[in-house]
Ligand binder design. Structure first.
Ligand code: SF4
Length: 261
């Protein structure tokens, strides 16, 4: 934030920002509300007094997604419906730390993640779907970390149960229809998260969830070390980089926000 602001202007700006941070994300063309969230996520990532800066940053981004995604009358997903939880989940490192924080006192879940990684690490997308290895975080067909699930899981909703059954239980070629708004909102949330990571000098690479969690669970102080710049994920394959348009949007948002830090 600029040092040239008077105390009164600064207070006014802080008030406006607090209002933006508590509201849903406007999906228009004005970059300023998004930049406010990027600044906030950057500040959370840099808060080394926190026990888990990554968890706080991701809790903000996922609750922003939840506030912004409107209830959709056609969504077919229901509690206990977990057909899609056999897919590969990819996530950023802070999301992985947020998930790891949910299971840190749950040895059963930790063992299940490591076992799932053993079974899936060498499968490509199709073989993995065919193998039908359910996510290790499911308990009685319900996501045990529902509120803290990765952005990919937040956004994966279907408006057609039959399409899900065809794709996930019968291995048929079927595309899953999703509300367009959900796709745009998750893109916006990913762009703001990745822009904040870039400004903070942190990697915005995405990894397969079980692989990233296995690294985190097998190391002491993994989050603090990653935040300090240690390349603890160096041995993991990075999943596909953002497409050019998405990459451009991340860069533009990072550059726009950096002007006001
Ligand atoms: S994290 Fe939760 S929602 Fe995502 S695949 Fe696993 S069980 Fe399903």
């Amino acid at each position: 934030m600029s040092n040239t602001l008077s105390r009164q202007d600064r207070r006014l700006l802080q008030k406006q920002e607090a209002k933006i941070l508590a509201s849903s994300l406007p999906m228009g063309t004005d970059p300023r509300p998004m930049a406010t969230h990027v600044r906030h996520v950057f500040t959370l990532l840099k808060n080394y007094k926190s026990a888990s800066p990554c968890s706080e940053a991701i809790a903000h981004v996922t609750s922003l997604f939840d506030r912004t995604a409107p209830p959709h009358k056609d969504i077919a997903c229901r509690k206990g419906c977990s057909h899609c939880c056999t897919q590969m989940v990819v996530l950023t490192v802070p999301e992985a730390f947020y998930v790891a924080a949910q299971i840190k006192n749950n040895p059963k879940a930790k063992d299940a993640i490591i076992e799932a990684h053993r079974r899936t690490h060498d499968l490509d997308l199709m073989s993995r779907l065919e193998a039908k290895v359910f996510c290790a975080l499911l308990e009685d067909k319900i996501c045990s970390i529902y509120k803290a699930r990765p952005l990919a899981c937040h956004a994966f909703v279907s408006t057609n149960l039959e399409a899900c059954l065809a794709a996930f239980t019968r291995n048929e070629t079927a595309s899953i229809p999703m509300p367009e708004q959900y796709v745009s909102i998750v893109h916006a949330c990913r762009i703001l998260l990745m822009a904040a990571l870039r400004i903070a000098g942190l990697s915005s690479a995405v990894y397969e969830m079980n692989a990233a969690l296995t690294v985190i669970l097998s190391q002491e102080n993994a989050e603090a070390r990653w935040l300090a710049g240690e390349k603890i994920f160096a041995g993991l394959p990075v999943q596909s980089p953002p497409p050019p348009q998405f990459e451009q949007a991340i860069r533009q948002m990072a550059a726009f926000t950096a002007q006001s830090l």
